[in-house]
Design a protein around this ligand. Structure first.
Ligand SMILES: [Zn+2]
Length: 350
């Protein structure tokens, strides 16, 4: 590529990044888009709209308060910003209403259900591995996105950085083709990168714990926490480098990034606090519209502003629990049986 064309591409990218983030939230840009070496790691062209999703990589960043992305700016969180600019997203999605802790929200992401088992929810109220199953917690059968993908003859994987995710393997053992727990996030991401090529799974779920761990130790939104989000952004960049190197992944992989909860100060357990219930929801990759706010693409969803929003709200906010049926929808599969969130698969990313 000539120097001139590179320059033009760079300028175009900067405009795109700035425009997108302005649309996503009232960001104060703290650095130019090309302030880091991120450019080299990212596919220079988005997959064409004609390229269908054959693989989904869902990433949950434990305890990611979206305000951290604004604080870090493009310079210190280049990959997550690039994901937002090159795809569609919002930094104002919601957690489960009842709980803003890890296991209940991940169970929601995998099942598309609320927590309350008396209202058809998954029943996982506790935040430690109960040693039983999601079905036992619910008192009724509970299917997952793994079940749907596996049932249609396609492969799945769950890569987690906390041992309590064994709850999910126990609950859907036959549908999770690979279950890996490695607490070190860098080693875990290395394992996912090795697993993505040459034969990617139809559905891979990756859980990254570092921001939550540092948040509990030194305070959410503290300098140490922001550094942990920065390091997690580096992990995202490593994954994207793997995507960039594979034509197959560039054309057919869709990445979804969200969080189980946010956090501020000492913790994140108060479910009525906006710093805890507001999470990001970013979608990037095959066929995903570039630089769009997700709320602008789907009429059945509406940005809740600062509100927590009940399950009865219509149009409803995008929730982290939409991961399940956005994934089935992208893969051309039916919704998770018994699910509530986006059961009509109306969340649009194209
Ligand atoms: Zn936590």
């Amino acid at each position: 590529m000539s120097l001139h064309r590179q320059y033009v591409a760079l300028v175009h990218l900067r405009i795109l990044v700035c425009a997108t983030l302005t649309a996503l939230l009232p960001l104060t840009m703290s650095g130019p888009a090309n302030a880091t070496g991120a450019d080299a790691l990212w596919p220079s062209r988005a997959a064409s709209a004609a390229a269908g999703t054959r693989f989904v990589l869902a990433i949950s960043i434990d305890g990611l308060n979206p305000t951290a992305l604004r604080r870090l700016g493009v310079a210190r969180a280049p990959h997550l910003h690039r994901l937002a600019a090159g795809g569609s997203g919002t930094l104002n999605a919601r957690t489960e209403v009842e709980r803003t802790v890890t296991l209940p929200n991940h169970t929601g992401m995998l099942t598309g259900r609320r927590v309350n088992r008396f209202r058809g929810g998954h029943g996982v109220w506790v935040n430690h591995d109960p040693g039983s199953t999601v079905q036992a917690a619910a008192g009724h059968p509970v299917r997952s996105v793994f079940d749907v993908v596996h049932h249609h003859g396609r492969r799945t994987g769950l890569f987690a950085s906390k041992a309590k995710f064994a709850l999910f393997h126990r609950s859907w053992a036959r549908s999770i083709d690979r279950f890996t727990v490695i607490t070190d996030n860098a080693r875990l991401v290395a394992a996912v990168r090795r697993d993505l090529t040459p034969h990617p799974r139809a559905f891979t779920f990756l859980h990254l714990s570092l921001p939550d761990e540092v948040g509990h130790a030194q305070g959410f939104m503290s300098p140490a926490y922001l550094q942990a989000v920065h390091r997690t952004d580096t992990r995202i960049g490593e994954l994207m480098a793997t995507v960039n190197r594979s034509r197959r992944l560039r054309r057919h992989l869709t990445v979804v990034v969200t969080a189980d909860h946010g956090g501020l100060g000492a913790g994140h357990s108060r479910a009525g606090r906006i710093a805890n219930y507001r999470v990001p929801f970013l979608v990037w990759g095959a066929g995903v519209a570039r630089g769009k706010n997700l709320y602008a693409l789907s009429r059945t969803f509406r940005n809740p502003g600062p509100r927590r929003s009940s399950y009865a709200a219509r149009p409803r906010p995008i929730r982290n629990g939409d991961v399940a049926n956005l994934s089935t929808s992208l893969l051309g599969l039916p919704p998770v049986p018994g699910s509530e969130f986006d059961a009509d698969q109306s969340l649009r990313v194209r």
